[in-house]
Design a protein around this ligand. Sequence first.
Ligand code: ZN
Length: 136
Amino acid sequence: MTDHVRPAPLRTEENDGFWTAAAEGRLAVQRCDACGRWQHPPRAMCPDCHSVALSFADVAGTGVVYSWSLLHHPQHPSFEYPVVAVLVTLDEGPRVLSNLVGVDPADVRIGLPVEVTSAPTAEGDVPVFAIREGRA
Ligand code: ZN
């Protein structure tokens, strides 16, 4: 167990809605107001219809592992290694890159049902994923 907390996320004008929701315990994904396309990570423009009318909508926070990787290097004192990096396909469709926590790396597999939880940082919580209760 590490005594360090994760570094705070780097906020930008484009991703502020994501991190603000995360700090309030919600998982929100950017969505195009014009065509409804989900996109993550947040960007300034919809790649499909080129609208700049974008907002953040809450999602359920459940999905499945689309892909994953074990990170061994470079190491930072705030993380326990290996870090399980996962690309999660949310039930609503968009994919988010995150960490899978509280799991034996040997148990990670594509299609694993997961749900969002949170991990503390120096400036509030960030969303991470855990195996969905009762679905492993
Ligand atoms: Zn659009």
